[in-house]
Design a protein around this ligand. Sequence first.
Ligand code: SF4
Length: 212
Amino acid sequence: MASFEVDDEAEYISGTDIKNWVYCPLIVYYRKVMVLDLKLGSQQEEGKRKHEDLQRKIMRRVGIALRKRLPEVKEKVMNQEIILQKERLRGLIDIVLITNNGEIIPVEIKMMRSNRGKPWPDHIYQLAYYAILLERKTGKLVKRGYIYYAEEEELIEIIITNHEKTRVKRIIRDIRRMLKDERPPKIRINPRKCTGGCGYKWVCDKLGHNIA
Ligand code: SF4
């Protein structure tokens, strides 16, 4: 849910870039190489406005859900920004929990529904990316995180293993390569994803990438 504005955004990789790459790498190319504007449909714009209005209410609900599920939490940090200058990585984590025994747990809030009770893959890897940032920052192993799907008030635990972290590291390398070459990533487009929610359907339509 959290977002940030930076001057040198193109140089830095963010959690949103990781999420977008897993959803469709062309989004990251349009955003960071072509620097094109997002164009959301009227439905998505309306949804965005509604979500902004609901934000405070949702934060209260997340707090209740987290207290129920994780009574061992002693500290909760909202909108935790992490910047790793050397690696040019950054992230704005909705909530970071610290438990009584020092475990660190990232929480990501999504203003949408889950995939029928399961997390969406792009959200899992965004969370794994935050786990990596937190590990670099604190030197502690991050083994799990949570995604809160606000539309259905569903809090889902995600076990973050080396498998997810390795894939995130590969994605970071692939994004860096794309930024250097300034060439669109070679992908097989999944037309089911091309409904316009990505904000770049207008470009794909123009360039003939979109087959939906
Ligand atoms: S319209 Fe489809 S192919 Fe084009 S950027 Fe969006 S999700 Fe990717």
